[in-house]
Design a protein around this ligand. Structure first.
Ligand code: 13P
Ligand code: SF4
Length: 359
């Protein structure tokens, strides 16, 4: 190894050995990763590229190559601000597409073509058009975990970090008590609970019992779910509480509503990180979310080791397709380029910009 690779390797060892011991990541592999990191950093400089890394990236990648790390909201803001010529999105497809919507003249790359999302795949633009016909006058709030053509049919986008705020904004702006909220069934129910609204899921084949949504505050939802977060159950929470008395349980809002109800806190991935940073020294904390998150927190905060309970079996298969090798290849071959047709992009931009203005 040359001097620079050795330095990266030593830094990596210090950072992640508490999370990934030699039995999980042998030394020779860590050395190979250090050499890839060096290559990626050089390519980044040569090509004036910026790398954005979502909180669910695996710890070695997460702490070495992204210029910015965070949740979907923070990364959208970064994507809107960058001066780089190339944006490499170490996250999933809808995130890279959002970056392209905001930066039409820049080259946006996603390192894997398999980085999808079960929520984004759970709704189509024609579904949104159908909903708008059934519930005329209602604003459409769409979770960022959707593709550009769906965002184009939408009044305003939100993320898990600002969903309630955006729903309240939409009602005020459009002068309604109710909204259409898409596509996450559980997030819709969680928002309905938090904002004291009724929930209604229309069925395309049978539209009976349509609620009195003009007078009664209602969330009209859809039936897509995150295949990772839907696996958490109330029994997980009960088991955690009986095994670790006093534990505080943090649940991502994509978790089922009965799970969120019995948890102590619900927020975006970055909200969870902040919570652990604030309380992790004094309390036991368990995270009900994708499992790399806890690895990343622990790598950065070894002092919370005894208090952070990692649920290590729920890894998002889509996020998992993004590796250092693929990121190097993305820069080297400028692949896989994300494109959005100009008509769709312009319409989607309006709903994304509204969200960024709301904050
Ligand atoms: P965050 O916006 O909270 O990072 O969530 C994105 C996501 O895909 C969660 O599964
Ligand atoms: Fe999509 Fe769920 Fe994976 Fe997040 S964790 S990218 S919502 S499938």
């Amino acid at each position: 190894m040359d001097h620079q690779t050795t330095k990266i390797y030593e830094e990596l060892k210090t950072k992640i050995r508490g999370v990934l011991p030699e039995s999980l990541l042998p030394d020779f592999e860590l050395q190979a990763k250090a050499s890839l990191v060096k290559e990626i950093r050089e390519l980044k400089k040569q090509k004036n590229a910026v790398i954005l890394g979502h909180n669910y990236m695996e710890p070695v990648l997460f702490y070495t190559v992204p210029d910015f790390r965070g949740d979907s909201l923070a990364l959208s803001k970064r994507a809107a601000e960058t001066n780089a010529d190339i944006i490499v999105f170490c996250g999933v497809g809808f995130m890279a597409e959002t970056a392209k919507i905001l930066n039409p003249t820049k080259k946006v790359l996603i390192p894997s073509q398999k980085a999808g999302c079960s929520l984004a795949e759970g709704i189509k633009a024609e579904d949104v058009r159908w909903l708008k016909k059934q519930f005329p006058g209602l604003p459409v709030v769409t979770y960022i975990n959707t593709y550009a053509d769906v965002k184009a049919e939408t009044d305003v986008v939100c993320t898990s970090g600002n969903a309630v705020k955006v729903v309240e904004w939409a009602c005020k702006e459009f002068g309604t008590k109710s909204v259409i909220f898409l596509p996450d069934k559980y997030m819709a129910e969680n928002i309905a609970n938090e904002t004291n609204r009724k929930i209604y899921f229309p069925n395309k084949n049978n539209l009976t019992d349509t609620p009195n949504y003009k007078n009664v505050p209602t969330i009209i939802g859809w039936n897509a779910r995150c295949y990772v977060h839907e696996q958490y159950t109330v029994d997980h929470v009960k088991d955690l509480r009986s095994s670790f008395p006093g534990v505080e349980i943090l649940a991502h809002p994509e978790c089922p509503p009965d799970v969120v109800k019995v948890s102590d806190f619900s927020g975006s991935t970055s909200n969870m990180v902040e919570y652990v940073e604030k309380h992790g020294l004094n309390k036991k904390i368990a995270l009900l979310t994708e499992c790399s998150m806890a690895d990343n927190i622990l790598a950065n905060h070894p002092e919370v080791n005894n208090n952070l309970i990692r649920m290590c079996n729920l890894r998002c298969k889509y996020m998992n397709t993004i590796t250092l090798e693929q990121t190097r290849d993305a820069l080297l071959h400028e692949q896989y380029e994300v494109n959005v047709s100009e008509d769709i992009r312009k319409r989607a931009l309006l709903s994304v910009t509204r969200m960024l203005q709301i904050g």
